[in-house]
Design a protein around this ligand. Structure first.
Ligand SMILES: Cc1cc2nc3c(=O)[nH]c(=O)nc-3n(C[C@H](O)[C@H](O)[C@H](O)COP(=O)(O)O)c2cc1C
Length: 193
């Protein structure tokens, strides 16, 4: 497989994982995916991203805080998944357990006054992080639902003066997630070549 085929495979095979094995994640692997996350492009090369990596010690407290964010997203879930109540119960379970992930990464940016660009830079880093995790045999899930509990999460982590972007449970996958369909790709591009 050449480099491009390999990249295509990594991009297409990456999934959002919501069930994890108890197996711990090697610190070197976490360091590697954070290193690659920080190779993302960033506005004016400011690299405003910031990561907090949480393991066993603070996990119970953070799970408790994050579980509360489920109520904030419930009405939207009920609207979007009215036909598919199983998604709602699975989401509730995931928000309450984080899929038993042994590691959770909290992604922040340090604001420069240009939130629009700082946020996009942090998101570019997140995508690098997810792809790198997948390439190393790990699973992860980009979650913004918990950001509803930003103040409480920051208090629990002792973080100040940073903006929470996402919460990413990370671990060895316990299940192979289904492949969610890509929708109307042909309608999402206007060609003006
Ligand atoms: C900005 C963003 C926010 C997301 N927030 C959540 C979340 O709060 N909870 C969750 O379970 N999944 C969340 N996801 C994961 C999406 O549900 C998932 O990417 C989508 O269903 C496609 O599945 P795939 O990642 O396996 O391709 C989020 C994804 C993105 C990009």
């Amino acid at each position: 497989m050449d480099c491009f085929e390999c990249l295509e495979k990594i991009i297409k095979d990456r999934r959002s994982h919501r069930f994890f094995l108890e197996k711990p994640v090697e610190r070197e692997k976490i360091e590697k995916i954070l290193e690659l996350a920080m190779w993302a492009p960033s506005a004016m090369n400011r690299q405003q991203w910031f990561f907090v990596v949480v393991g066993k010690e603070k996990m119970a407290t953070l799970k408790e805080v994050i579980a509360k964010s489920y109520n904030s997203i419930l009405s939207r879930l009920q609207k979007f998944f009215a036909e598919n109540p199983k998604v709602i119960s699975l989401t509730e379970q995931f928000f309450k357990t984080l899929g038993n992930a042994p590691v959770v990464i909290f992604v922040y940016y340090t604001p420069t006054g240009d939130d629009f660009a700082d946020l996009q830079s942090a998101c570019a880093a997140i995508q690098n992080l997810l792809l790198s995790a997948h390439a190393l045999g790990l699973g992860a899930c980009w979650m913004t639902g918990p950001v509803h509990m930003e103040r409480e999460i920051n208090e629990a982590l002792g973080i100040q003066d940073k903006k929470l972007v996402a919460v990413i449970p990370l671990g060895y996958p316990a299940k192979k997630p289904p492949i969610p369909p890509r929708r109307d790709s042909e309608k999402k591009v206007i060609w003006m070549l």
